[in-house]
Design a protein around this ligand. Sequence first.
Ligand SMILES: Cc1cc2nc3c(=O)[nH]c(=O)nc-3n(C[C@H](O)[C@H](O)[C@H](O)COP(=O)(O)OP(=O)(O)OC[C@H]3O[C@@H](n4cnc5c(N)ncnc54)[C@H](O)[C@@H]3O)c2cc1C
Length: 127
Amino acid sequence: MQFDDLSFWQRQRGGKNLTAFAFDPKLLRSAIFECSPPTLFGQVHGPALEAADNVKVLLDANALELLPGSATRASHGRKTIGGVSVRKTQGGNFTVTGRAYVVAAGAMESARLLLLSDKVHPAGAGQ
Ligand SMILES: Cc1cc2nc3c(=O)[nH]c(=O)nc-3n(C[C@H](O)[C@H](O)[C@H](O)COP(=O)(O)OP(=O)(O)OC[C@H]3O[C@@H](n4cnc5c(N)ncnc54)[C@H](O)[C@@H]3O)c2cc1C
């Protein structure tokens, strides 16, 4: 499949309304492009993650909520994160704790997770 083949995308589900922009093709070309090859993260990076002593990968586990930490002197009264509530897809909850927390769940889900975490702040973590 040519990534830039418009007719391919038009044959896909929902693609029949996909058209090139109505610009003069001599002046402006419509294009569908990718900047990087598709990467299956587990295949490419899985072995390095398994071998790492300081990384534990939890699959089929969804972060539900950031939990508030106990206020410490170091936090100067600011709200801190004390853990992440997680649910396994097969059922069952557990909490993950760490020294630092990185929210990297993608643009929409990261915002959703922060907003849902209203035990940290009534308007969501990060307020
Ligand atoms: C159709 C499309 C094509 C793209 N093509 C390209 C391209 O060719 N080249 C390029 O450089 N960029 C491309 N991008 C952009 C690129 O994919 C993003 O910029 C990049 O993936 C963002 O990385 P991220 O780690 O921030 O988030 P993501 O890659 O979205 O990773 C977030 C991860 O968090 C997981 N997650 C979400 N919610 C939870 C939760 N509650 N608990 C646990 N885990 C959770 C998700 O399953 C996912 O694995 C494309 C994007 C799209 C949508």
